[in-house]
Design a protein around this ligand. Structure first.
Ligand code: NIG
Ligand code: FE
Length: 414
């Protein structure tokens, strides 16, 4: 056997989606994707050794020689979803705010009354690290069952050095033994603590929290809520530059509730991604493309807020590598990348093929994980098995979990 033990063979799938075809983005349907029909995937030592028509793959990698053979008759194999933007480590319950929003209260009004993020901050400060880790573990379990194999997780419900480190430490604990790959982000600049001046708080983030987070060594990225009434462009720039100086790569929450210039800032500081973008302009999008910043859309948030959606058509027209994430948080309680893809299609005019690329390969780009999100030979064998004959069923069957099985590094994990 070339290279090692034959770990897994998934065979007789109706369709295997490898990823987008070179140079085809943002093409619409079948021409966008590199797919095989009646196809199989062979995995050796956690990596894809072969992908192609079942008879060809089985000739070299007979299913009976594999530790695990999976008959995918009538099913589709897609890359495991990559969720590049979540706030999945928190405590408390904000379901009553959902009801208040349905009655017309705005997100900003709730925050101004000490609710929203600030309420989750109170719950997090009271929670033990163990409780936070248990909560996160439960969320990752659900995400995995929905087909997600890599997840970014932000801190940001602590808002002081001690509590932010507690959140990141909980993330580290769970990441160490959960099968989902976790990418931790420091987001001390998520809101201004009650009663504190914004500039003073930015000083605290820059002088205390970022150095402490860097020393702790868990976080890879530094994110900021660059938003009207939260952190201005200049305050956000200070945070991101300090993060960069301490080895944390920038990400930006940009133009979610208003247009204040967060997208341009993301381009300026060479962020890996700019996320939300509900109010970004064509000029903003062009700036992201020029600076190689991945635009991440979070349609679940718009859905939950009853707000308008980001202009995906404009991003596609600009050739931007649009990625999609759940933004899972107490304000957007969805852990399903399948549902996020349904919203991409129904509310943002993307095709199922575009939504899938956004949820896999482009999402991996938003986390600078270039080997993830595709099923090329040599790539880690992170795969979701869809219990239907094609990838179209992922967004088509909204509100359901169409994922029947999940493989992580070639091992069946769900
Ligand atoms: O991305 N916008 C800021 N952060 C989150 C919301 C967090 C919360 O409300 O708890 C977001 O939507
Ligand atoms: Fe967010």
């Amino acid at each position: 056997m070339p290279g090692g033990e034959l770990q897994t063979v998934v065979h007789d799938a109706s369709e295997v989606v490898v990823g987008k075809r070179d140079g085809a983005w943002p093409g619409e349907g079948s021409e966008l994707l590199e797919t095989y029909e009646d196809a199989a995937v062979a995995v050796v030592d956690g990596e894809i050794a072969a992908v192609g028509p079942t008879d060809e793959v089985l000739r070299e990698y007979p299913a009976e020689n594999a530790e695990e053979a999976y008959d995918a008759t009538g099913q589709a194999v897609v890359p495991g979803f990559v969720d590049p933007h979540t706030h999945a480590v928190f405590a408390g319950d904000r379901s009553d705010e959902f009801e208040a929003k349905l009655k017309g209260k705005t997100y900003q009004e709730i925050l101004a009354d000490g609710g929203g993020i600030l309420r989750t901050v109170r719950a997090v400060r009271e929670a033990t690290e163990r409780e936070l880790a248990a909560n996160l573990r439960e969320h990752l379990d659900a995400m995995l069952a929905y087909g997600t194999t890599t997840v970014e997780v932000k801190s940001g419900y602590g808002l002081d050095a001690e509590s932010e480190l507690k959140l990141l430490s909980a993330v580290e604990t769970v990441a160490a033994d959960h099968v989902v790959d976790v990418v931790p982000t420091f987001m001390g600049a998520h809101a201004v603590p009650e009663g504190q001046d914004t500039d003073d708080y930015v000083d605290d983030v820059v002088d205390e929290q970022i150095p402490a987070a860097a020393e702790q060594g868990v976080a890879e990225y530094c994110d900021v809520f660059c938003e009207e009434g939260v952190f201005s462009v200049e305050q956000s720039r200070r945070v991101l530059e300090a993060g960069r100086d301490h080895g944390l790569t920038p990400k930006v929450h940009a133009e979610e509730l208003a247009h204040i210039g967060g997208t341009k800032l993301a381009a300026d500081v060479a962020a890996t991604s700019a996320d939300h973008l509900l109010h970004s302009t064509r000029e903003d999008v062009d700036a992201l493309v020029d600076a190689d910043v991945v635009p991440v859309v979070l349609p679940g948030t718009a859905f939950g807020l009853g707000a308008e959606y980001a202009d995906a058509a404009e991003m596609l027209d600009a050739g931007a590598p649009v990625a999609v994430a759940t933004d899972f948080n107490p304000n957007c309680h969805s852990r399903s990348m399948g549902f996020a893809q349904s919203l991409c299609c129904v509310e943002m005019g993307m095709t199922p093929a575009q939504a899938l690329v956004a949820a896999t390969e482009h999402a991996a780009m938003a986390l600078d994980r270039p080997t993830k999100g595709r099923l090329d030979e040599g790539a880690p064998a992170d795969m979701a098995i869809v219990d239907a004959p094609s990838h179209v069923h992922v967004p088509y069957q909204f509100g359901e979990n169409v994922v029947d099985a999940v493989f992580k590094d070639g091992a069946r994990v769900a």
